[in-house]
Design a binder for this molecule. Sequence first.
Ligand SMILES: Nc1nc2c(ncn2[C@@H]2O[C@H](COP(=O)(O)OP(=O)(O)OP(=O)(O)O)[C@@H](O)[C@H]2O)c(=O)[nH]1
Ligand SMILES: [Mg+2]
Length: 247
Amino acid sequence: MKTLVVIPTYNEKDNIIDLIKAIHSIVPETHVLVVDDGSPDGTGDLVRALTQVDKRVFLLSRKGKGGLGPAYVAGFRWGLERGYEFLTEMDADWSHPPRYLSKMFELAGRYDFVIGSRYVSGGGSVNWSWIRKLISRAGSLYSRVILSVNIRDFTGGFNGWHAKVLEAVDLDTIGSDGYSFQIELKYRAAQLGFKFVEFPIIFEERREGQSKMSGKIVREAMWRVWSIRFQPKSKMISSSTSSPAGK
Ligand SMILES: Nc1nc2c(ncn2[C@@H]2O[C@H](COP(=O)(O)OP(=O)(O)OP(=O)(O)O)[C@@H](O)[C@H]2O)c(=O)[nH]1
Ligand SMILES: [Mg+2]
């Protein structure tokens, strides 16, 4: 299986290179695509230098900080155009420990998409403030109740997708910021009938650099869940795919 790990970055110079090395020590065969939004701290330059010596590493540079959602959409498109079969989302800040990638790829053999989940038995988060834990848990519960889909970790960003799922979902009309992007992608894929599993992960606080989380991102997600809930199914499907998941 041709796999790609997509990592969006904005000012992650102290994390990204060591993280990529750690990924390759766990799953040497995978390719890694960094989608950098012109980080002022030079993250893009560091990654570009690595691409010269490691042919498994790629860089997609975008002009300015455009948000997590559009960075992922650009990264997914890049991967789909190049024939990758399974594409994994992962944060650059070590919150998603690379040791879970082998489990993620193993489950990819049996499911259409795989969710790294803090909220199934054995999962959790460490070194996170109580307020972040509360926002995260409440956000997932709020989404699960309003959207009536039994996903425990709706807001998490450590997920893997078979190419056919990303081809079926309409990526153009998806939420733009962190939480809403994650919620909406999972919801659409589940609504289209794709088979998924949640496996436990321990989420860790970012190691270096600054948080990009903001009240605006939380607020966007809160109202966006309602519009996600009431959008017609036809709007979730990519116009180039007529029959996603055979449904
Ligand atoms: N390309 C790109 N990457 C982004 C953008 N915003 C955030 N990221 C990256 O997306 C990932 C998740 O962002 P974080 O800042 O860690 O968000 P968070 O995990 O909710 O919050 P903290 O861990 O507290 O920082 C990280 O790898 C960021 O560098 C963006 O606008 N563009
Ligand atoms: Mg983070």
